[in-house]
Ligand binder design. Sequence first.
Ligand code: ADP
Length: 365
Amino acid sequence: MIAAPLPVIGKGALELDGVSKTYGEDRVVDTVHATIRPGEFFSLLGPSGSGKTTTLMMIAGFVLPDGGTIRVDGADFTRVPPQRRGLGMVFQNYAIFPHLNVFENVAFPLRARHVPASELRERVQAALELVQLDRFAQRYARQLSGGQQQRVAIARAIVFHPSIVLMDEPLGALDKNLRYDMQVEIKEIQQRLGMTVVYVTHDQEEAMNMSDRIAIMNHGRIEQLGPPSEIYERPLNAFVGRFLGEANLIEGTLERIEGGEALLRTRDGLALRARFKSIATPGRAASLFVRPEKLAFGGGSDANQVEGTVRRRSFLGNIIRTVVDAGQATHLTVDLPNLSDGPGPEVGARVTVGWSVAHSLILLD
Ligand code: ADP
């Protein structure tokens, strides 16, 4: 077998230009466009089966697209075999070799590229220090925890200095606290090395915590692409609004549209105001979108106000979540920070819920 050459350290720009993949009748990745910048942390986020892994496997070269082009630093990589792409890869199920110790696992990509012994030792040492495993070089997989095994996989992915690293649910098998610590570590390593990371996850918080930009995928398509705060505050449609974080979506009909604002008549006959920048004709079905933490009991001047009865109250630690029935079809979730001034209204209490028009968006389905 001919060994792959050491990859040229490129800039790490990645372009997906109308990339598609069909299995049988199913177009599992449908005309995906994305331009990923050098040094960017870019996440593909979506429900199971939305096409994230298939997209990543096409970038890696393990799956051949049947439409579109993949470019790395401007060069067409669509049909370049995986071992010649020079990309680092980390998968969920560690995939560290059980018969090799930590040192040899990390050295593996360098041996495949015939890196001289002294340089190899230095590079492996540096990669192990980066993931804080330098004291574990002689251990085998069975002597390591899940988190440590995943660190080995990360060290192995970065040891040959790839400009782009692909990660597919790398923290999926770890418990919540360790997961959070590893998110911070991976992000720090990524920033220190200035590498581009394309990261697949179905965990919304993880994507928001780590990413410069997120692509929200659904049925093989990118529904929205942008920085976490933009997607969270200004989802383009109800799917995105619901998928990233908690959302109130109140269905109704557009009644009046004027000056960047619209009046929505809910199914219960309530009149609510919200920001609306698109073009639509009155009478059209739409939803008002507002995040639970933007709601409060009582009302302000520039506010939507709704009366209702508290149906449920949940203690979630940092927040108190209250569900209010404000009609047959209008149920509002109100999240309040857990402050010392009490848990808010009791179940069964009559309340007024208010929120600002500026925090309300009209979404068309
Ligand atoms: P995700 O990573 O978002 O969970 P995947 O990319 O793994 O989604 O899968 C998208 C869809 O493609 C799924 O419906 C899956 O069953 C299908 N799929 C993936 N790989 C294959 C394959 N090799 N043959 C047939 N269908 C596949």
